[in-house]
Design a binder for this molecule. Structure first.
Ligand SMILES: NC(=O)c1ccc[n+]([C@@H]2O[C@H](COP(=O)([O-])OP(=O)(O)OC[C@H]3O[C@@H](n4cnc5c(N)ncnc54)[C@H](O)[C@@H]3O)[C@@H](O)[C@H]2O)c1
Ligand SMILES: NC(=O)c1ccc[n+]([C@@H]2O[C@H](COP(=O)([O-])OP(=O)(O)OC[C@H]3O[C@@H](n4cnc5c(N)ncnc54)[C@H](O)[C@@H]3O)[C@@H](O)[C@H]2O)c1
Lengths: 203, 203
């Protein structure tokens, strides 16, 4: 099993490989990857060792090959449908973010309670009433729900999603969410990014 | 020096302590913290060991004391001013997020190029023209700049911020930013959260 920090770094390396391929490169080495991602080359080589035997020393990596191996190991090539509950500022910014498509995440549904937002189309998906969450997730077999509602609405939104068959919840709200056994909640906070930055500001 | 993953987890623990204190609790143990944060109690005890001698076995932690020690070690109690460049969906969601105040981050300025947004007030701060970035950051001694502009505008925005004295950049755009030596760029991507989640979806 790959530890979380390695997974996050491998996802960053994967994105850098996609960018390089788009710019016409065929191969690169761990120093190139350090330049592109800001992650130390020694750390990248350690993370890549989770994928088994890698590149020939001194020759570098074939971008197509490395991309495939990371996608397989990280399960990035399987199409994952997700729904966003709370189509406000953060919800819509996430819905429009091109980075998610690169990881085969497909926005399947958007929900909100605000009558003024229902029916609006964001990145090709129409915002639906929150009352439809359970029915809609079940019909389209959506397993991942992203919560970008106010903290006070988070638990209710999670329950509706779980009732509709969601098993993985990405919680952007500051509320603590309780889910039944078998469901996984990952809490996301940008404040952790700020906190890590603050730690360096002092040095 | 505390490794990044520990810093991010300690920031999560810190937020859980703030929540518990608000709910009137005086003390708690590592199992309580596991319940509140989703981080394993053994991992929490390991992370807390970076702070030196901790709580008495079996007695738990005094919340006020633990909070102070984390804030000191992570440098969270020093007020850090930051500016947001790009006051669109993500920029405004970040500007309004109450979690940042808890880490003593104070929104000092917001910038945009869109004439319709300039002058609008978000969380008590008026959106200013991007042409004012360097002058404004220098006048208010702002060292941290958050980039939430389109990828094509990211490098230019970073240069204006560095010219105004910013030394730490939190880059939410998919663009790779080049900065002079002495400046630090941290790239933030929610896609890493999704990628880590995807890895578990399969298991
Ligand atoms: N994790 C972080 O670091 C971070 C950063 C910024 C914002 N946030 C959080 O993200 C959430 C959204 O922030 P925002 O700035 O986009 O807020 P917002 O007010 O712009 O959006 C919230 C949306 O949720 C909708 N909503 C309310 N109740 C609902 C329900 N029961 N079901 C479905 N939709 C519902 C509202 O109509 C609104 O459109 C907040 O909880 C905020 O604290 C987290
Ligand atoms: N890191 C992630 O996982 C993630 C997730 C969502 C969005 N994003 C990124 O965040 C950025 C913002 O996304 P959004 O949905 O808020 O977009 P948006 O279009 O709503 O906001 C962008 C804002 O930047 C302003 N702007 C454009 N050029 C500027 C300049 N030179 N100086 C100052 N302001 C300028 C625009 O007027 C607009 O208000 C994008 O780069 C997007 O790719 C990243």
């Amino acid at each position: 099993k790959i530890p979380d920090p390695s997974l996050a770094r491998l996802a960053t390396v994967y994105r850098a490989l996609l960018d390089s391929q788009r710019n016409g490169r065929k191969s690169l080495n761990s120093l190139d990857l350090q330049e592109l991602t800001g992650i130390a080359a020694t750390q990248i080589r350690k993370d890549l060792s989770h994928l088994g035997e890698m590149g020939k020393p001194g020759v570098g990596y074939d971008i197509g090959d490395l991309k495939r191996r990371i996608a397989e190991r990280l399960n990035l090539s399987r199409r994952q449908k997700f729904a966003i509950i709370g189509a406000g500022r953060l919800g819509q910014a996430l819905a429009s973010y091109p980075g998610l498509v690169e990881f085969s995440f497909k926005l399947a549904a958007l929900f909100d309670v605000d009558k003024k937002k229902i029916g609006k189309v964001v990145n090709g998906v129409a915002i639906q009433p929150a009352a439809e969450i359970s029915k809609n997730l079940r019909r389209h077999r959506v397993r991942i729900a992203v919560l970008t509602v106010p903290a006070s609405a988070a638990q209710g939104a999670a329950e509706a999603a779980v009732q509709g068959g969601a098993r993985w919840i990405l919680n952007f709200t500051p509320a603590h969410i309780a889910v039944p056994a078998g469901c996984v909640v990952r809490n996301v906070s940008f404040t952790n990014e700020f906190a890590v930055l603050a730690h360096f500001v002092e040095k």
